[in-house]
Design a protein around this ligand. Structure first.
Ligand SMILES: Cc1ncc(COP(=O)(O)O)c(C=O)c1O
Length: 457
């Protein structure tokens, strides 16, 4: 579509105002594309103001806009906005699709061939047919969806403890804003999901690193960090941690809760990859929480598709009230059609089948990429994750991970430098390599081969 739009844009610039573009049918024939692609390209040019479409008579070149010649003076804005800024570089790197021909070993969502596209289309169609689909949902979320999340999490959680939110990232924003005032410290694992570092900083919080090892966060250092900072919250991913893939050990689960209890602090549990277990995951921390210490975030985009932006926050006591109030003030409620669609999806008989298929595909892909690493890059230390989408590869000392990721992109493979996953200094260079985002296992192997060529050079 982009190529057709580029070509039409060039044509339109050569045409006079009011001149007629070739018909859709001749564009289909000339460019060898589908009618849908033609109408999407024309819609894009119409949105850019370059063409005007008149139903029944075709598309016409629009007149040049005079204003374009004289760019407005926007300099005043820099002064007015002041010295605050929002750093979206890392998040944008993760969310930008790779250029044509580049193999994606980066990104946080399943390749489209692993997403339940047909089931999502059916769920959305059924949701949209409901006569009240566009009415307000019940505040806090659809009762059946809240009940589904409560059942999935288990323990003593009840549907009343669940609030439906607009995805995992939005949940992080809402929870952090609800729990902590600007300027407060937030303890986070080091490394951690770079999106939480970004959202914490954008909310005026100070992420403070607490190291993880092969068993997850170290409780002794967590206790020290609480003592040194007086922090009132710790953000953690105990299950299939991003980026290291670790699962917090059984003994440590109790210790982390105990350390947080001693500090009078909350534990924010980001359970983003529960359904992507190559091995069965342990129950979430909140299932063993006896005093409302854990605020649990359950998102489903990782097991489905990035635009299914509905998730849940589960909490008990006054903090739940604070979170509900914060959400209401910030965004009213998540769009009802999406809530309905998610409910349709998870209640359909195909849902467990989809999850089993994804887990089997991830197991096979993980094994394939590890074989490729053993063959082409035996000198790199990589972990063997029990779930989720990523490998965490330790680079040889002295290698610049950012420069390497940039060189890899030029060589046709997209990987993530480890540096942005550390809230402060990185103790060593790493790469995060995703095995769920490429099109196929041969692509994974080819991606590793390209990476080895870059590393050797
Ligand atoms: C650990 C973790 N938490 C939360 C998110 C946010 O995802 P979403 O908003 O799609 O639920 C991501 C996405 O990459 C993630 O990796």
């Amino acid at each position: 579509m982009a190529a057709l739009a580029d070509s039409l844009r060039a044509d339109v610039h050569r045409m006079g105002a009011g001149e007629r573009l070739p018909s859709s049918r001749s564009l289909v024939e000339r460019h060898g594309v589908s009618p849908v692609t033609v109408s999407r390209a024309l819609a894009l040019l119409a949105a850019e103001g370059l063409v005007v479409t008149r139903p029944g008579s075709g598309a016409f070149a629009a007149g040049r806009r005079e204003a374009a010649a004289e760019p407005a003076d926007l300099g005043w804005q820099a002064v007015t906005l002041g010295d605050r800024s929002v750093d979206a570089a890392g998040v944008s790197w993760l969310l930008t699709p790779p250029p044509e021909g580049v193999i994606a070993l980066s990104g946080g969502y399943l390749h489209p061939t692993l997403q339940p596209a047909r089931a999502l289309a059916t769920a959305m169609a059924r949701a949209a047919r409901r006569p009240d689909a566009w009415e307000m949902p019940r505040l806090g979320g659809m009762p059946e969806l809240r009940a589904w999340f409560a059942r999935t999490v288990g323990g003593a959680v009840s549907p009343a403890d669940v609030v439906i939110t607009s995805g995992g990232q939005q949940s992080l924003t809402t929870v952090l804003r609800a729990l902590l005032p600007p300027g407060a410290p937030l303890l986070v694992e080091s490394p951690t999901y770079l999106g939480v570092i970004a959202v914490a900083r954008a909310s005026g919080l100070h992420p403070v690193p607490v190291p993880v090892d092969a068993d997850g966060v170290r409780p002794d250092l967590l206790a020290e960090a609480f003592a040194m900072t007086g922090a009132r919250a710790f953000y953690t991913q105990p299950t299939f941690h991003n980026p290291t893939g670790t699962v917090l050990g059984d003994e440590r689960r109790a210790q982390v809760l105990e350390v947080a209890r001693a500090a009078g602090a909350f534990v924010i549990e980001d359970d983003f990859a529960r359904h992507l277990g190559i091995v069965p995951p342990p129950p979430p921390l909140i299932a063993q929480d006896g005093d409302g210490r854990v605020v649990h975030i359950a998102s489903l985009t990782k097991a489905t598709a990035p635009s299914l932006r509905v998730a849940a926050v589960i909490a008990r006591g006054p903090v739940a009230e604070r979170i509900r109030a914060t959400q209401l003030v910030e965004e009213f409620f998540p769009a009802r059609p999406l809530q309905e669609a998610l409910l349709e999806l998870v209640s359909s008989p195909g849902w467990p089948r989809h999850l089993s298929a994804v887990r089997a595909a991830l197991r096979s892909r993980r094994d394939a990429i590890l074989t490729a690493f053993a063959r082409d890059l035996p000198e790199l230390r990589v972990n063997r994750p029990g779930g989720s989408l990523h490998l965490w590869a330790r680079l040889p000392d002295g290698v610049d991970d950012t420069a390497l990721a940039e060189a890899a992109l030029r060589a046709g493979v997209l990987v993530s430098a480890g540096r942005p996953f550390f809230p402060a200094e990185a103790p060593a260079p790493y790469l995060r390599i995703s095995y769920g985002t490429a099109a196929s296992e041969p692509e994974l192997a080819e991606g590793v081969r390209r990476l080895s060529t870059v590393l050797r050079s």
